[in-house]
Design a binder for this molecule. Structure first.
Ligand code: FAD
Length: 393
């Protein structure tokens, strides 16, 4: 009998609607033709043509995909997740571009913005003509964003922003930044979001170089020095940290599916490799040690996908809780990086070559493990849900 496709082992295709399968196949063929052939080169050079790529992703409806109205595709959460898996099967950096644009920057405006914010930004962002970024993390505050030093000071009818954001995806190519800052006493010293055009005087973005992970993605430091924006730049509906945290929950949801896409690609590449690679006169695929590894990886991939689809169904029913998002984010990232690394071992020395994707995926997944809440933070969220006791501090 033919070897089972690692995805079909669980019969997962049969769980998807025909519409979702068609969408997935369309996204996969587009990426295989237009993006996959270039991605290793982008990774090597540490540069990615975000401006050229975004309109093509927009045309496919992938930007702000699960949002309603304003030129967004308005798909189910599950469909969005499946698209994330296809994007990340190519490279976590490409999925990051889409996640930050759709689930962080656009979602923040869509959920918390004024009608003017939405009209001004969302249609252009959905088309990929305008690029967005989301600035929450600072040099000294990642897992604990409540400590942020970015300040918004009221001055007449304006707000003046001062501070630094760090590790901001799309930061130096963005047209608009959603910047989270602590306001002054006039507003209760709470966390607020501001929609800041990156052309605003005093706003600068510097690309971070020397990354060993997520090299096919733009990451930047944002500096605000007396950035003056009108009162209307504030996102009216977000007050406190729950605003940015709810955006993170959206992006984490995409990662649950996305990271498994990187694992799937690693496994596919490896299955093809071990079938061709002869070891002591027979294919590497025919050894028990190889098959034990393959079986364990396919098992974790399938279990992870079943959990992802379950969480997708909960989200589509409006019943997904944040600790459940943590379960999925923790599981997908942890298992995906284990799979990518194990695949690398099966490729031997070729496994360290750019030509093969598993080590690129494994390196990328180091970032994915850390951003959008580190694995440890998600364990603490789950621990709190189990015990009722917060152990963060
Ligand atoms: P720290 O918070 O310093 O964590 C260091 C270690 O301490 C980790 O192992 C962590 O798990 C552990 N730790 C934290 N809290 C506890 C605790 N209570 N108990 C025990 N251990 C703990 N941010 C944005 O705002 N926008 C972006 O677009 C964005 N893009 C990114 C892109 C990349 C490539 C990367 C790498 C990061 C990006 N980030 C972005 C930042 C990311 O969200 C942070 O890196 C992440 O939140 C972790 O923060 P930190 O790096 O400061 O690590």
């Amino acid at each position: 009998a033919d070897a089972q496709h690692p995805l079909d082992l669980f019969g997962i295709d049969g769980l998807l609607s025909a519409e979702d399968r068609d969408m997935r196949d369309t996204v996969r063929s587009f990426l295989d033709a237009q993006v996959r052939p270039h991605v290793a080169g982008w990774y090597e050079s540490g540069s990615v043509p975000v401006r050229e790529l975004a309109p093509r992703l927009g045309e496919l409806g992938l930007l702000g995909m699960h949002l309603e109205g304003y030129g967004c595709a308005g798909t189910s959460a599950t469909a969005y997740g499946l698209a994330c898996a296809e994007l990340e099967a190519v490279d976590s950096g490409i999925r990051s571009l889409v996640s930050v644009q759709g689930s962080l920057a656009m979602f923040a405006i869509w959920r918390f913005g004024s009608e003017e914010h939405k009209q001004e930004w969302l249609p252009r962002m959905a088309r990929g003509e305008a690029i967005g970024c989301f600035g929450l993390t600072e040099p000294d505050f990642g897992s604990n964003p409540a400590g942020m030093r970015m300040r918004a000071r009221r001055d007449g009818d304006d707000w003046v922003l001062d501070g630094t954001k760090m590790w901001i995806t799309n930061g130096s190519v963005a047209d608009v930044a959603v910047v989270w800052a602590r306001t002054d006493a006039s507003d209760g010293e709470t966390v607020r979001g501001f929609v800041v055009p990156t052309s605003t005087p005093g706003f600068t973005a510097r690309a971070i170089s020397g990354k060993l992970s997520l090299r096919a993605s733009v990451t930047a430091e944002l500096v605000c020095e007396g950035v003056r924006v009108p009162a209307s730049a504030m996102l009216p509906e977000a007050r406190g940290l729950s605003g940015p945290l709810s955006c993170l929950s959206e992006a984490r949801f995409g990662i649950i599916f996305g990271a498994l896409g990187a694992a799937r690609d690693s496994l596919e590449v490896t299955l093809a490799y071990v079938a061709e690679r002869d070891m002591f006169d027979k294919p590497l695929a025919g050894y028990q040690i190889t098959q034990t590894k393959l079986a364990d990886m396919a098992l974790e991939l399938g279990k992870g996908m079943l959990l992802a689809l379950h969480l997708g169904a909960l989200k589509d029913a409006g019943a997904l809780r944040s600790e459940q998002v943590s379960l999925g984010k923790l599981n997908s990232c942890r298992e995906a990086i284990t799979i990518a690394r194990e695949c690398r071992t099966l490729l031997g020395a070729n496994g360290i070559a750019l030509e093969y994707s598993p080590m690129r995926h494994a390196n990328n997944l180091e970032s994915v493990l850390t951003y959008e809440g580190t694995s440890e933070v998600h364990q603490l969220i789950i621990g709190q849900a189990l015990t009722g006791l917060p152990a963060f501090r």
